[in-house]
Design a protein around this ligand. Structure first.
Ligand SMILES: [Zn+2]
Length: 258
């Protein structure tokens, strides 16, 4: 099997400043999210790159046309209804709303901040896969060293963890991409790709905008905007020489056939 890249973006309102007690209006949260999405359009429109976009129904309600257009080439999955508040009913309601917008089935879920919810709730809401696992240790957030590092089936639900390196489970998530030197990040990513046969990576559109004015810590904002976009172009270009970009649903289907 040609190695696969599962590139995903959490398409959402930019609410992170609220975590740092910085006041940001809903309209601004949406505008920053949309600006990031617009900045990424050359990647979304590039024939080499197919992605999975975990979208809050709240964001999709603001920009239904954009989400519908993106759904032609990319997989739209759910990032629940609102990024900042959650009740169980949102699992179902977000799926229905997104399906209504794109007129296609929505199969996957990623919970905001990788929050864990009962798998029975996810299944009952009609999802067939979940991508809400980061199988590493993040100080102050979670310790998931006990969970499988690669795709597995759990109570009838397929779970696709975000990639971490085979040795020491170094996370390959957005903060690593931003903060590690390029050569180091690429080496870890290729090592993981060779070992696992695929890479599951996630970013947020708002990272690809200027987010220096919202009271966020330096490690989340440095090297953002166009600098990060250039880094991403370079990285995707290096990856496409050795792997194929597929949606999560396609990846699961291909893996089932083998
Ligand atoms: Zn999110």
């Amino acid at each position: 099997m040609i190695p696969k890249i599962l590139l995903s973006f959490d398409v959402e309102e930019f609410d992170m400043p609220l975590e740092y007690n910085f006041n940001i209006t809903t309209d601004t949260q949406m505008e920053i999210g949309k600006k990031g999405l617009d900045n990424l359009m050359p990647i979304f429109n590039d024939q080499n790159y197919t992605t999975t976009l975990f979208t809050t129904a709240n964001f999709a309600n603001y920009y239904p046309y954009t989400i519908k257009v993106l759904s032609v080439k990319h997989e739209i999955a759910s990032h629940t209804f609102f990024h900042s508040n959650f009740i169980t009913a949102h699992l179902f309601e977000s799926r229905i709303r997104l399906e209504d917008i794109i007129q296609k089935p929505v199969r996957g879920l990623r919970m905001p901040r990788m929050r864990q919810v009962p798998l029975t709730d996810i299944k009952e809401a009609g999802y067939s896969f979940d991508a809400s696992i980061h199988p590493t240790w993040l100080p102050g957030r979670y310790n998931n060293f006990h969970l499988p590092r690669t795709k597995f089936s759990d109570q009838g639900l397929i779970r696709v963890p975000a990639s971490v390196s085979p040795n020491f489970r170094i996370p390959l998530f957005w903060l690593s991409f931003k903060n590690f030197p390029y050569a180091m990040y690429l080496r870890l990513a290729l090592q993981t790709l060779r070992k696992d046969g695929y890479l599951s990576l996630y970013f947020h559109p708002w990272e690809f905008t200027n987010i220096t004015a919202f009271g966020l810590p330096n490690y989340t904002t440095k090297g953002s905007d166009t600098e990060l976009l250039d880094k991403l172009y370079r990285f995707l270009n290096d990856l496409k020489k050795q792997a194929e970009f597929v949606t999560m649903s396609d990846f699961i289907e291909i893996a089932n056939k083998e």
